[in-house]
Design a binder for this molecule. Sequence first.
Ligand SMILES: C[S@@+](CC[C@H](N)C(=O)[O-])C[C@H]1O[C@@H](n2cnc3c(N)ncnc32)[C@H](O)[C@@H]1O
Length: 234
Amino acid sequence: MTEPDHPERKRRSLYGRRKGPKLSERQSGLRQTLLRDLAFTPNADPWAQFPNSVKELWLEVGFGAGEHLFALAEQCLAEQRSDVGLIGAEPYEMGVAKLLGKLSEKPLNNVRLFEGDGGEIIAGLPDASLSRFFLLFPDPWPKTRHHKRRFLQMEMLDQLARVLKPGAELRFATDDKSYLPYALERLCAHPKFQWMATGPGDWKTRPAGWPPTRYESKAIKGPPVYLAFRACDN
Ligand SMILES: C[S@@+](CC[C@H](N)C(=O)[O-])C[C@H]1O[C@@H](n2cnc3c(N)ncnc32)[C@H](O)[C@@H]1O
C-alpha cells in the first residue's frame, strides 16, 4: 500500500494531455480488450504480470506512439531474450491506442502497458528491480517557470536510484537545448549514476540496438543527443 505521507511516495502532478483526437471504433475496442489483457498495475508484483518467467524488467516512460518500445520488444524476442519484461507508461490515450494497433497486428507477450503517469509505476516498484530505464524525448517544458514540470527531477532520480539494480542502464534522449544541460547537471551530480560516454560519438549518434522514436525523426529543436548512464552499486 502507498503511504500517503511518505516523502518518497509523495504524489507528483502529471503534466501534459491525456485526451486528443477522438479514437476510432477499432481503437476504442482495443482499449476495452487488448489494453485490459496487457495492463500493468503499479504497486503489484511486477514480475508476476508477465506470462513468461521474467528475470529482467525494463521500463519506458512516455513511449508516445510506442515505436521504440515495440521495436525493443521485437528485438528481445528475436535475440531469444524472452526473460525480459518490458513495461511502458504513457498517459496520452491516442499514443496508447497507436501502440495497441501495432500489438493487435503483431502480438508480443513481453510487453505490459500503463495508461498513466510513469512516476506512479516507479514509486510502486520494489528496490533494485529494474534493469533498464528509458526516457526518450520527454516533454521539454522550455520556459524556466515550467522546468519543475520536467519528468527528470532530482527527486525522480532518487526514486530511480532506488529501483534500478546496480549495473542497470538509464537512457535519456532529447533534442531540446535547455533540457540537455538540465538533465546532465542532475544526472552527473547524482552519486548513483555514471555517464558511460567516452567521446562525442557516444552522444551524437544513436547507439546500436537503440531503436528510433517518432519525435526523434522530427528533431524539431536541434540534433538529438543520446545519454546512457550506468547505475552504480552504492
Ligand atoms: C515529446 S513526447 C515523446 C514521445 C516518445 N518518447 C518519442 O520520442 O516519440 C513525450 C511523451 O511523454 C508523455 N509523458 C509526459 N509525462 C509523462 C509521465 N509523467 N508519464 C508517462 N508519460 C509521460 C507525453 O504524453 C508524451 O507522449
